[in-house]
Ligand binder design. Structure first.
Ligand code: AQP
Length: 334
């Protein structure tokens, strides 16, 4: 029987992924390549929905790809590619844009959050249509599952709605994908603002743990993470959001259930616990950083690996688009 297909993407919007990207997405991607027909992309078209410098985009796209391979994605087992290399994504996005209501697109909370930074009228139309391009990314591969963090739940619902609408209007064409969200790591929060999502673009440097960061700063940031004035290591999201976030992180990195961690650190205060969290982060990130640095030292080999991914992804996308063009009523090109 064919393996279920999985698709997910990550934006090249920073010089490193952070712990939230790693636990909420990338680590699942690596696990799922064993059991799924896996497609993962560096979504550079999404990155330009906010002003982006060309040299930074090029550099960050390679850095993103290098981190994916360094985290354990195997080009033999997973199709890893850059979104703009498969032009069909934008073609399908246009068709889906024509199926989306203005009110429907206007309800997307991520647009409201991100555009609040520049003021809604200064935000690009691309940022407004971002979730529709994301729907195209997913539907074009007929994905069954999409591993994401909690912030993407609403976009996944729109993807299903658009797929269903297309199928209803033009005939059965798209698989309707299910989100795959691991509850325990769906929202890793900012170390300085423990109720806000850890985020490439909105976290302060002290609030974010970058995969490519050196051990020294990583340790310092964990030790300085905001906690409450108490001393007990307890999981209590409402009253102890900082400690609860660190417990979630430590549990995910070491595979130890949270109640076991709480029992282990009883009566020891925050210091010992934070030190152990810092070590777990450093132990996880160091080999990834070293492998990523090696991959980045040979850009042409990295580009070649991405070309292989683009070729495989393009073959699937072209097949879907042939059917879509015909269903919509576009004339065949002879
Ligand atoms: N804090 C988080 N906890 C759990 N999962 C997270 N993800 C992001 N932040 C967290 C998941 O990482 C994947 C890739 O994210 P993205 O690059 O598409 O951008 P994003 O979700 O918008 O993440 P950022 O860090 O906030 O990036 P910017 O600042 O560029 O917008 C997604 O699956 C996401 O759920």
């Amino acid at each position: 029987m064919a393996r279920p297909r999985v698709l997910s993407g990550i934006q090249p919007t920073a010089d490193s992924f952070h712990l939230g990207n790693y636990l909420g997405a990338v680590r699942q991607w690596v696990t799922m390549q064993e059991t799924h027909d896996a497609f993962y992309c560096v979504v550079d078209l999404h990155a330009i929905t906010v002003p982006t410098e060309p040299a930074a985009l090029r550099r960050r796209s390679r850095v993103a790809a290098a981190q994916l391979f360094a985290a354990g994605l195997d080009p033999e087992r997973a199709t890893v590619f850059v979104q703009s290399h498969v032009r069909e994504h934008t073609e399908l996005a246009w068709i889906l844009i024509c199926l989306t209501g203005m009110g429907e697109a206007g309800r997307m909370t991520q647009f409201k959050d991100k555009s609040a930074k520049f003021g809604e009228s200064a935000a690009s139309v691309g940022l407004f249509t971002y979730p529709i391009l994301q729907a195209a990314d997913i539907l074009i591969y007929q994905a069954d599952k999409v591993p994401v963090g909690a912030d993407q739940k609403q976009h996944l619902e729109l993807t299903r709605d658009l797929g269903q609408r297309f199928n209803h209007r033009y005939g059965d064409t798209f698989t309707l994908p299910e989100p795959y969200i691991l509850k325990e790591v769906e929202k890793i929060t900012d170390l300085q603002e423990p109720t806000a999502k850890m985020s490439k673009s909105s976290s302060s440097p002290a609030g974010i743990l970058d995969v490519l960061e050196q051990p020294g700063p990583l340790r310092k940031k964990v030790m300085r993470a905001v906690t409450d004035t108490g001393t007990e290591v307890l999981f209590d999201e409402d009253n102890k959001p900082g400690i609860s976030n660190l417990l979630r992180i430590q549990s995910a990195l070491t595979g130890t259930p949270i109640p076991d961690l709480v029992a282990r650190y009883a009566g020891q205060g925050y210091g010992t616990f934070k030190k152990d969290v810092a070590e777990a982060v450093v132990e996880t990130f160091t080999p990834i950083r070293e492998r990523a640095e090696k991959l980045l030292s040979n850009e042409s080999e990295l580009d070649r690996m991405l070309a292989v991914g683009a070729e495989r992804a393009g073959a699937v996308a072209r097949q879907t688009m042939e059917q879509v063009r015909d269903r919509v009523g576009f004339l065949p090109k002879f």
